[in-house]
Ligand binder design. Structure first.
Ligand SMILES: *Cc1c(COP(=O)(O)O)cnc(C)c1O
Length: 408
């Protein structure tokens, strides 16, 4: 068989092709990836890179994990999709695992993180009317400024990022925004119509912003005191990224609802879920919510295998240990352009003084040295490698980060 001519295009040709036919809603770094294995990826010319970005934490298990791949292939041979019009033999086991690993009572499967956030908002509003008895259409949800919860009209309605909102109005009412990390402001924003607080435990897209110690615990207490639900978006922070199953676990916080996604798909397909208390999840009645693909056998099998691997490969411990190592090594780099280094587990943001060099420029320099990273908001370098990364691999990365930061 003759090879298809399309298979031999160069990086430049492929980038030009994408620019011609695609929509310009991203500005990718100039690398065209073709293959991935563990923490490594290769471009079309065969050059190797260490992935310190992990597809925004969706590749926590590394690229093409052999056991998730085997699960995917096995399940694809059995049955992949049958809709929730019928039961399937994998979904109940996935739901059980989701609940036991997070200490929750019920779970509802979705596909993308955004959909699971929307699901949480719907659940909270319904709980507000059915259980808290808020007057019809008056329910309010408190969110934090600089949040990132997704891209639907509903979710961008309560974003504070002009770039996410411009030209997309009119927006959805019913949200109040308070500064992230400010428990007093949050308490002051509560009214009798408040049904829920929705927050990330650490703000990822805002630039890996870690709130003051004890903040999440204090909002949990404020929520309890005021009969308000606590919904935590752990789409990026969850499943070992911070060194615990949930970032909430660091402060022993028990939310009413937890939103999971990204790594739950094992690096293969979108799998998300809202897990929560019986009381919250009980508001969904037949027909009130759903998804054609949510909970399909292929997604459920991959989600279940991902959660099992998280435990079997002790990835939380590894994230905590390697994260501490990476953090301590980064802190020892003496560079005038580094303003701040923050994070938890294998999730670290390095804030750059952008007067001399942009974070984007640093990412491009790192790319040339074989490291995939990504800037966040012009001034933050994001490091979030697969949780399977070894100390030797981190040393390999650190050597190059030192080189770039000290040369700038
Ligand atoms: C990525 C992300 C989402 C959205 O997930 P998608 O799968 O892109 O829809 C929601 N919340 C947080 C905190 C995220 O990081």
């Amino acid at each position: 068989m003759l090879p298809s001519p399309k298979l031999s295009l160069t990086s430049e040709e492929l980038i030009a092709l994408e620019h011609q036919w695609g929509v310009k809603n991203y500005v990718p770094l100039p690398v065209v990836l073709k293959r991935g294995e563990g923490v490594w990826v290769w471009d079309v010319a065969g050059k190797k890179y260490l992935d310190m970005m992990s597809a925004y934490s969706a590749i926590s298990f590394g690229h093409c994990h052999p056991r998730i791949l085997a699960t995917l292939i096995d399940q694809a041979h059995m049955i992949s999709l049958c809709s929730r019009a019928y039961y399937n033999d994998i979904l109940p086991r996935f739901l059980e695992k989701l609940c036991t690993i997070t200490g929750m009572q019920r779970a509802i499967p979705m596909n993308t993180g955004t959909e699971a956030v929307e699901t949480a908002i719907k659940a909270a509003r319904r709980w507000g009317y059915m259980v808290k008895k808020i007057p019809d259409n008056q329910a309010e949800i408190i969110v934090c400024s600089e949040n990132f919860h997704g891209r639907t009209i509903g979710i961008i309605s309560f974003s504070s990022e002009p770039n996410y909102k411009k030209g997309f109005g009119p927006f959805l009412p019913g949200f109040k925004s308070v500064p992230f990390g400010d428990a007093k402001a949050l308490e002051a924003a509560i009214t009798p119509n408040t049904c829920a607080v929705l927050t990330e435990p650490i703000q990822g897209e805002a630039g890996i912003i870690v709130p003051p110690k004890g903040w999440l615990k204090s909002i949990e207490q404020i929520c309890r005191k005021n009969n308000v639900l606590l919904l935590v978006d752990e789409v990026q922070s969850g499943l070992g990224r911070t060194g615990e199953i949930l970032a909430c676990d660091h402060e022993n916080v028990k939310p009413d609802g937890v939103i999971l996604g990204k790594a739950l798909g094992g690096g293969y397909i979108p799998v998300s879920a809202l897990v929560g208390s019986d009381e919250l999840m009980g508001v969904f009645t037949p027909g009130s919510h759903g998804s054609t693909f949510g909970g399909n056998p292929l997604a459920a099998a991959i989600g279940l295998k991902s959660l099992e691997l998280l435990e079997e490969e002790r990835l939380c411990e590894r994230s905590a240990k390697m994260g501490q190592y990476l953090m301590s090594q980064l802190q020892q780099i003496n560079s005038p352009i580094v303003k701040d280094i923050r994070g938890l587990g294998l999730w670290i943001g390095v804030e750059i003084n952008t007067e001399k060099v942009s974070a984007r420029n640093l990412c491009e320099q790192l790319l040339k040295l074989g490291i995939l990273s990504k800037e966040t908001h012009e001034s933050v370098l994001r490091f979030a490698p697969p949780l399977i990364i070894s100390q030797e691999e981190l040393d390999w990365v650190l050597q190059r980060i030192r080189q770039v930061l000290s040369a700038s």
